[in-house]
Design a protein. Structure first.
Length: 277
C-alpha cells in the first residue's frame, strides 16, 4: 500500500486502542483493492473526544470508527445519526461528507451477518442475552425482529429496564430476565458482557443448563471459558470474530462506496489474533 499526498485517512478512536485488530483488517483490504486509503488506530482519552471529533472536520479525515468508551459520548458531537444508531444510542462509524459528520452503528448488522454465515437460525427462537450495554442494544435491535421471545438479563437494573423499555416501543416479544439460571426453554444464549476477557472471570451463565441442540454465543472475539463449557456440553457455539469482521466490512463500504474483500479482512483478523496470543 503506497501512501501519497492524495491518500484518504481513516481512523479508530478509542481508549485504549493498542490491542485493536482493525488497522490490520482494513489496510489488508486496501492493499488488495488498491483503494487509496490508510487506516490508523488513535488513542483518544475521554476528555479529548470533542477535540478529536473537531479534528475530523479540520483535517478532512474521511471516516472514523468509534470504540469503547466513546460510542455513546460521541453522539451529541455529530451533525446527524441514522435511525439505527439513534435507537441504539451509540455510534461505531462516522462518515465525513464535506465537513458534515454522520454517525452509524454497523455492529448489529455485522452480528446478524455473522449468524447467517454460521447458519444459525434465530427466527422463531427463544433468545436470552446476558448484558444490557451498547453491544447488547445493537444485537437485540435486530434479533427481536424475528425471535419468538427475547429476554435480557443484567445486574445493572437501570440499564436493563431502559433497554427493555426502548425495545418494547417497537417490539412486543421482549422482556427482562430475573436471572440467567433458568435456561431450559432457551434456544440461543448470548454473552454480551465483558465476562470472559480474563480467564479468571466468572461465567455469565451456565451453558450446560441449555437443552441439547441449543446454541451458545459470545460477543468477545476469542474462545472464552463460557464457550469452552458450552462445547463440553455438545452445543453449537460462535464467538465475536464474525461480528468484528462484518461491522468492519459495512463500515468500509460506507466510507468508500465499495464492498471490500471480506475473506481478505477475515484472514488479517485471524493472523492478528495469532500474533497477539
Amino acid at each position: 500500500m503506497k501512501i501519497t499526498a492524495n491518500t484518504k485517512l481513516l481512523a479508530l478512536f478509542g481508549h485504549p486502542v493498542s490491542h485493536s485488530l482493525s488497522p490490520q483488517m482494513h489496510n489488508a483490504a486496501f492493499r488488495e483493492t488498491g483503494l487509496d486509503y490508510c487506516y490508523l488506530a488513535l488513542h483518544v482519552k475521554p476528555e479529548d473526544l470533542p477535540d478529536a471529533v473537531r479534528a475530523v472536520r479540520a483535517l478532512g479525515i474521511r471516516g472514523v470508527n468509534i470504540t469503547v468508551p466513546h460510542k455513546e459520548n460521541v453522539v451529541p458531537l455529530l451533525d446527524a445519526i441514522d435511525r439505527e444508531a439513534a435507537f441504539i444510542g451509540a455510534v461505531n462509524t462516522i462518515v465525513n461528507e464535506g465537513g458534515r459528520l454522520k454517525g452509524y452503528n454497523t455492529d448489529g448488522r455485522g452480528f446478524i451477518q455473522s449468524l447467517t454465515e454460521e447458519r444459525i437460525d434465530w427466527e422463531g427462537k427463544h433468545i436470552l442475552i446476558c448484558g444490557a450495554g451498547g453491544a447488547s442494544r445493537a444485537v437485540s435491535y435486530y434479533l427481536s425482529e424475528k425471535a419468538r421471545k427475547l429476554r435480557i438479563f443484567d445486574l445493572d437494573k437501570v440499564k436493563l429496564e431502559k433497554l427493555v423499555l426502548d425495545l418494547k416501543k417497537i417490539r412486543d416479544n421482549v422482556d427482562t430476565a430475573q436471572d440467567a439460571h433458568n435456561l431450559q426453554d432457551v434456544d440461543i444464549l448470548i454473552n454480551a458482557t465483558p465476562l470472559g476477557l480474563k480467564e479468571t472471570d466468572p461465567l455469565p451463565a451456565d451453558p450446560a443448563k441449555l437443552a441439547p441442540g441449543s446454541v451458545a454465543g459470545d460477543l468477545i472475539y476469542k474462545q472464552t471459558p463460557f464457550l469452552r463449557e458450552a462445547q463440553k456440553a455438545g452445543l453449537k457455539t460462535f464467538h465475536g470474530l464474525g461480528m468484528l469482521l462484518w461491522q468492519g466490512v459495512f463500515a468500509q463500504e460506507l466510507w468508500t462506496g465499495v464492498r471490500p474483500p471480506h475473506e481478505t479482512m477475515r484472514a488479517a483478523l485471524i493472523q492478528g489474533m495469532q500474533e497477539h496470543k
